[in-house]
Design a protein around this ligand. Sequence first.
Ligand SMILES: *[C@@H]1O[C@H](CO)[C@@H](O)[C@H](O)[C@H]1NC(C)=O
Ligand SMILES: *[C@@H]1O[C@H](CO)[C@@H](O)[C@H](O)[C@H]1NC(C)=O
Ligand SMILES: *[C@@H]1O[C@H](CO)[C@@H](O)[C@H](O)[C@H]1NC(C)=O
Ligand SMILES: *[C@@H]1O[C@H](CO)[C@@H](O)[C@H](O)[C@H]1NC(C)=O
Ligand SMILES: *[C@@H]1O[C@H](CO)[C@@H](O)[C@H](O)[C@H]1NC(C)=O
Length: 226
Amino acid sequence: MGFTGMIYMVTMVFSLIVLILSSSTVGFDYFQFTQQYQPAVCNFTATPCKDPPDKLFTVHGLWPSNAKGNDPEGCKTQKYQKMQILEPQLEIIWPNVYNRTANEVFWRKQWYKHGSCASPPLQNQTHYFETVIKMYRTQKQNVSYILSKANIEPKGEKRTRVDIENAIRGGTNNMVPKLKCQTNGRMTALVEVTLCSDSNLTQFINCPRPIPPGSPYLCPTNNIQY
Ligand SMILES: *[C@@H]1O[C@H](CO)[C@@H](O)[C@H](O)[C@H]1NC(C)=O
Ligand SMILES: *[C@@H]1O[C@H](CO)[C@@H](O)[C@H](O)[C@H]1NC(C)=O
Ligand SMILES: *[C@@H]1O[C@H](CO)[C@@H](O)[C@H](O)[C@H]1NC(C)=O
Ligand SMILES: *[C@@H]1O[C@H](CO)[C@@H](O)[C@H](O)[C@H]1NC(C)=O
Ligand SMILES: *[C@@H]1O[C@H](CO)[C@@H](O)[C@H](O)[C@H]1NC(C)=O
C-alpha cells in the first residue's frame, strides 16, 4: 500500500470511529424521581413565584441517570406534542411552581432534556408523562403522602434528617432517598426529595450519588424546616 493508500485507510477508520461514537447515546442505569416542596422553592428563588405555593411536594422530574458518570440529556429531537388529555392531571402533580401559566414550558423542557432519554422503558412522550402520573397517584410515590403517613405534616416545624429519611423509607421499601436542603442563614428548609428506582422502574433502589459533604444543598442533621 502506498502513502496515499495509507492516508486513505487512516481517514476511513477515523471517520468510522467518529460515526460510531456520535451515533451511540449515553445510556443510564437508574431513574431519579424528584419532587419539590413548593413553599421552599418559592422562598429560595431569586424571582418571586407568580402564584402562591401549595404546601405540597409536586414533581420536578423523572430523570434517567447514571450512578457513575454523566446523566444523558437531550437525546432525541422528537417534537413535543400537546397533551390535552393528560394536562388536567399534570397541572395538579407537575405544575410550574414559579408560574403556572407557563406549565407547558416546564413540561416541554423536561421532556426534551430528560424524557427523550428514557427509552426504553419509556417509549414516547405520552408513555413518559403517563408513567409519572401513575407513579405519583396510583403507586402513591407522592412525597407529601409518604411523609404524612409517618405523621410528618408540613407545619413548618424543625425536623431531624433521620426522621425525614426514615419516613420516606417507609414508602420506598426501606430504600435510601436523596434529600436536598437550602439555607438562608436564618433557617434551613427541605426543598427536594428524590426517590430512586432501577432502570426499568420495577423496584426502588438506594439512591446512588448522595449530595456530597460541603455542598450548600446538604441537609444538616438537625433543624430542617418542613
Ligand atoms: C418561607 O418564608 C416564609 C417567610 O419568611 C416563612 O414564614 C416560611 O416558614 C418559609 N417556608 C419555607 C418552607 O421555607
Ligand atoms: C408567566 O408565564 C406566562 C406564559 O408563558 C408569561 O406570559 C408571563 O410573562 C409569565 N409571568 C411571569 C411573572 O414570569
Ligand atoms: C407510546 O408507547 C406506548 C407504550 O409502548 C404505546 O402503547 C403507544 O402506542 C405509543 N404511542 C405512540 C404515539 O407511539
Ligand atoms: C399527595 O398527598 C397529599 C398529602 O396526603 C394530598 O393532600 C394530595 O392530594 C396528594 N396528591 C395527589 C394528586 O394524590
Ligand atoms: C429490572 O431491572 C432489574 C435490575 O436493573 C433486573 O434485575 C430485573 O430483572 C429487571 N426486570 C425486568 C422485568 O426487566
